[in-house]
Design a protein around this ligand. Structure first.
Ligand code: 2M8
Length: 441
C-alpha cells in the first residue's frame, strides 16, 4: 500500500464500497457470487467492519444472525437468503428433520467458530466512543441479545464437550471454518463416502481456477457427512454415535475460551454476575484444554481425532491457538517466536510477512489451494487483535502493517498466494473488506 494518507483513504473507501455492494439490507453476503448468503463467523468480522461505518447497521447484522439461532443454542453456520446457486442449499441440509431448528428461516445444520462476542464488544466500544444514539442503541442491543450469546456458549460447552475435556468437538470440517486444511486429512482418510444422492458443485464455477478450491473427492466426503447428520435428525447424541468425522478442534476451542472471557466481561458490565462467572469457567476450561494439547516437541497445539484418539500434528495455523487464548506464558512466548520465525511469517520467500494457513516448510503446503497454504487476511487480523488484547502491540503493529500492504491491491480477496501475493478465491470478500476497515480505524 502507498504509505500516505491518499492510499489509506483509497483503501478505506474501497473496503466500505465492498460492504455496501454486498449489503442486502438486513444481512451482508459473505461474497457476491461464491457465497450469496450469511455465514456465522463471517458475520462477526463483517459487523466489526460495519461498526466503523454505522453502528446501527452493525447491530442489524448481528441481530439478523441471532434470529436464526436454534432453540438449544446453536448458531448455524449459514443463514440462507433467497439467492439460488449455492450448494449445498437448504434442500440438502433438510433441517426440518431437526427438533430444534428455528421456524421461518432456512439454515444449515452445523456451526462455526464462536467469535461473535468479539464483535459485540467491538461494536460497543465504537458506540461508546461515539456516544449519543449510537451508545444507547449498542447498550440496548447488548441487553437484548446477551441471553442469545450466553446460550450459544453454553451449548458449545455442553453439547460439544459433554465430557468436559476443554476441547470443542466438530462433526464436519466446515465447522472449523478451515474446510480443506491438512489439519483434517487424517480424519477424512477414514471417511468412506458410499452410495449417495447425486449432487452438482457450484463453487468451482466462481473462481478463476478450480484448483483453488477443495477437490471433488473432498466434496463427496463433505456432502456424505451432511447426509449422515440428516439421517441422525441433527440429534447431537445420535450424530456422535453414527458420524464418520469426530474431531476435537483446538482452534475453535481457543476461540471459545477467548470469546467466553469477553462475554464474561460483557455480562459483568450488564450486572449479570452469575452468567459472568459461568463464562469465566468456560473460558478457563477451554484455555486449559488448548494448553494441554500443545506438543512439547513442535510447540504447536494439536487437534485430536476422537474416533481413534490420535493427536494430529500437521503444522497449520490452527496450531497457534494459544496465541488467541493465552493460558501459559512460556507457551505463548515460544509460539510468538515460532510465528515470526522462518517456518511461518519470517519465511524468506513470502511476499508479505503474514501467517500462511499451512507452514511453507510442511510437506502438506499448497500455495494456491484454499486453506492448504494461502494467507487469509481475516486470520491475520484475528492474531493481530488477540496480540493487542494481550498487550503485545509490537506483534499487532507488525501484522497490521504487513496486512495493509497486502490489502493495498484493493481486490479484497478471500485468500492470497504467499510467495507472489496474487489474489485468490473470491474477490470482494466481505470479511476481507471488514478487517481492512478495522485495521485502518
Ligand atoms: C468457506 O466455507 C464454505 C462452507 O462453509 C464454502 O466453502 O462453501 C470457508 O472459508 C469458511 O470459513 C467461510 O466462513 C465461508 C464463507 O466465507 O467460506
Amino acid at each position: 500500500m502507498e504509505d500516505d494518507t491518499a492510499g489509506t483513504a483509497r483503501l478505506g473507501d474501497a473496503a466500505a464500497d465492498v460492504l455496501r455492494r454486498n449489503d442486502l439490507g438486513h444481512l451482508t453476503v459473505a461474497a457476491p457470487e461464491l457465497y450469496p448468503h450469511q455465514w456465522s463467523w463471517d458475520t462477526a468480522f463483517i459487523a466489526i467492519g460495519l461498526s466503523h461505518l454505522s453502528v446501527s447497521r452493525a447491530i442489524t447484522e448481528m441481530s439478523s444472525l441471532l434470529t436464526a439461532q436454534w432453540r438449544r443454542g446453536m448458531i448455524p453456520h449459514i443463514v440462507f437468503d433467497t439467492a439460488p446457486g449455492y450448494f449445498p442449499g437448504p434442500e440438502r441440509w433438510r433441517t426440518a428433520v431437526a427438533s430444534d431448528a428455528p421456524a421461518g428461516v432456512q439454515t444449515s445444520g452445523i456451526c462455526q467458530p464462536p467469535v461473535h462476542s468479539v464483535a459485540v464488544a467491538r461494536i460497543l466500544d465504537q458506540a461508546r466512543r461515539r456516544g449519543g444514539a449510537d451508545r444507547r442503541a449498542a447498550e440496548e442491543f447488548l441487553t437484548e441479545s446477551l441471553d442469545g450469546w450466553l446460550a450459544w456458549h453454553r451449548w458449545l460447552a455442553t453439547s460439544r464437550d459433554p465430557e468436559g475435556s476443554g476441547l470443542v468437538e466438530i462433526h464436519h470440517s466446515w465447522e472449523s471454518g478451515m474446510d480443506n486444511s491438512p489439519r483434517w486429512d487424517a480424519p477424512y482418510s477414514r471417511v468412506d463416502a458410499g452410495e449417495m444422492e447425486p449432487f452438482t458443485r457450484n463453487d468451482t464455477t466462481h473462481v478463476t481456477d478450480a484448483a483453488e478450491r477443495p477437490t471433488d473427492a473432498e466434496y463427496r466426503r463433505y456432502i456424505w457427512l451432511v447426509d449422515q447428520m440428516v439421517a441422525a435428525r441433527y440429534d447431537e447424541e445420535a450424530i456422535r454415535r453414527t458420524i464418520d468425522f469426530r474431531v476435537a478442534d483446538v482452534f475453535a476451542s481457543a476461540l471459545l475460551a477467548l470469546s467466553s472471557e469477553i462475554l464474561a466481561e460483557l455480562a459483568a458490565g450488564a450486572g449479570r454476575h452469575r452468567d459472568a462467572r459461568d463464562m469465566e469457567e468456560i473460558a478457563a476450561r477451554f484455555r486449559s484444554g488448548v494448553i494441554a494439547a500443545v506438543s512439547p516437541r513442535s510447540g504447536l497445539a494439536q487437534d485430536r481425532d476422537l474416533r481413534t484418539g490420535a493427536w494430529l500434528p500437521t503444522a497449520t495455523i490452527g496450531g497457534f491457538a494459544p496465541l488467541l487464548c493465552g493460558g501459559d506464558v512460556a507457551v505463548v512466548r515460544r509460539q510468538r517466536e515460532l510465528l515470526l520465525g522462518p517456518e511461518w511469517c519470517g519465511h524468506p520467500d513470502l511476499r508479505h510477512a503474514v501467517p500462511p494457513s499451512t507452514s511453507p516448510t510442511s510437506p502438506e503446503f499448497r500455495p494456491r489451494q484454499y486453506w492448504r497454504g494461502p494467507q487469509w487476511p481475516v486470520i491475520t487480523w484475528l492474531f493481530g487483535w488477540a496480540a493487542r488484547r494481550r498487550g503485545d502491540e509490537a506483534l499487532e503493529g507488525q501484522l497490521r502493517e504487513e496486512s495493509l500492504r497486502q490489502l493495498g491491491d484493493l481486490r479484497f480477496a478471500e485468500y492470497y498466494e504467499p510467495f507472489t501475493g496474487e489474489a485468490l478465491g473470491s474477490r470482494s470478500q466481505s470479511w476481507t473488506a471488514a478487517v481492512a476497515l478495522d485495521w485502518l480505524a
